[in-house]
Design a protein around this ligand. Structure first.
Ligand code: TTP
Ligand code: MG
Length: 395
């Protein structure tokens, strides 16, 4: 039998908004919306204070809708650099309890404390200590979940938000807790799968348990995973990101049919650049080297790299990847990948990065208000996705 794990999931409360009201006491207790400005037609809400949530304002909502619901709120633009600095401080606290810490985003992470329990009283004491130390050092509150798996720890941290602490000790407790809840509490069920399952009459977690065949028929192998998660089984391990030891961050795709269409390859480079730029930013990493990997139809693999001033900026990454793709021998390609490596440990911000360089600022704003969530896209990304869809439709 697998060893029982104890996992802690930490999620800061109203993170961007909490940092802003910490730094400006006039904002305390007020509805505060961090994101685009109300005059910005295409912008969205990054996050808002719990006072604004009372009016129905939510992350990712169009800013115009947020303004309609809560016109008296204070609207602020995100200051990602500041949030990255704060994040580094509380991540250090997490790391003092285990060397198995996985960061999911700037404000969220998993700590596997299984091996640390002999050093500390129990998981509850660790969680309480993390909450107290985080508040002392950063002035911010967080919500913590303790579970026997990553999925249950995450679910637990959402139970008592804000400033919450909740424990899901075992499978039996989990099953009792979620039995009659909407299927969206199951890790891995997004809006699309929810719609598909709802259409087939599957609304609650219990429905998944009793209609397993239907779930598998509708979602295939992913359906099998979802059934396991709905039953409280999650085999994932916490994968520590050791910033100093991170070797590379990359994404690649193997095509169904080989291609010689260079614009198709470049379109994937754009999509990958956004993803790896976001991940590098979350980890506070700046890469000196961008690499493009190509596997040709005859399985010959080539890599082309370029080393330059360290960056994690989307625009720098895709432009370098494009240069590298332009330099390859164009014959049928089976796989394309883009990766970052050679990370600089202590990055000295340049004036361009701190200041008004339009590309950098745009990149930062997109990362803040939806890059990760795919809500806001630059023109180049829209074009790239269009190209990819065109090719996929023609297959
Ligand atoms: P979340 O942890 O999802 O939200 P939150 O910390 O603001 O609030 P909660 O108390 O419910 O945890 O996201 C963390 C930060 O990520 C959030 O402060 C802003 C940013 N974010 C976006 O920029 N866009 C989004 O759509 C979401 C969900 C978050
Ligand atoms: Mg949060």
């Amino acid at each position: 039998m697998a060893k029982v794990k104890t996992i802690i999931h930490v999620d800061m409360d109203a993170f961007f908004a909490a940092v802003e009201s910490r730094d400006n006491p006039d904002l305390k207790g007020k509805p505060l919306i961090v994101g685009a400005m109300p005059t910005d037609k295409r912008g969205v809400v990054s996050t808002c204070s719990y006072e604004a949530r009372v009016f129905g304002v939510r992350s990712a909502m169009p800013i115009s809708e947020a303004y309609r619901r809560c016109p008296h709120a204070v609207f602020l633009s995100p200051d990602i650099r500041k949030y990255e600095r704060v994040s580094r401080v509380f991540r250090e606290i997490w790391c003092s309890y285990s060397d198995k810490v996985e960061y999911v985003s700037l404000d969220e992470g998993y700590i596997d404390v299984t091996a640390s329990l002999s050093l500390f009283k129990d998981a509850l004491s660790i969680a309480n200590e993390i909450k107290r130390r985080t508040l002392d050092v950063t002035g911010l509150t967080c919500s913590i979940g303790i579970g026997y798996s990553m999925a249950t720890a995450k679910l637990a941290s959402e139970e008592k938000k804000p400033d919450g602490l909740f424990v899901i000790p075992d499978e039996e407790f989990f099953r009792r807790l979620v039995k009659d809840r909407s299927i969206k509490v199951v890790f891995g069920i997004g809006t699309k799968s929810q719609e598909t399952l709802n259409k087939a009459g599957i609304f609650t977690v219990k429905d998944i348990w009793v209609k397993k065949d239907k779930v598998i028929k509708l979602l295939g192998n992913r359906g099998r995973q979802i059934i396991e998660l709905a039953e409280g089984v999650d085999r994932r391990e916490v994968v520590p990101h050791d910033d100093a030891d991170a070797k590379s961050i990359g994404k690649e795709v193997t095509f169904q049919y080989d291609t010689t269409d260079i614009d198709y390859l470049k379109s994937y480079a754009v999509v990958f650049a956004r993803k790896i730029s976001h991940k590098a930013r979350c980890l506070g990493l700046f890469a000196q080297t961008v690499t493009v990997k190509i596997t040709y139809s005859d399985m010959v693999v080539i890599t082309r790299s370029k080393t330059q001033r360290a960056t994690n900026c989307f625009e720098d990454i895709y432009k370098l990847a494009w240069e590298l793709i332009d330099s390859i021998d164009l014959r049928p390609v089976r796989l394309v990948g883009v990766s970052l490596s050679n990370f600089e440990k202590y990055h000295q911000y340049t004036l361009d990065e701190i200041g008004d360089k339009p590309a950098g600022r745009m990149d930062e704003t997109i990362a803040a208000i939806g890059g990760k969530y795919g809500i806001i896209k630059t023109g180049i990304e829209v074009e790239a996705e269009h190209k990819i869809n065109q090719v996929l439709d023609s297959l």
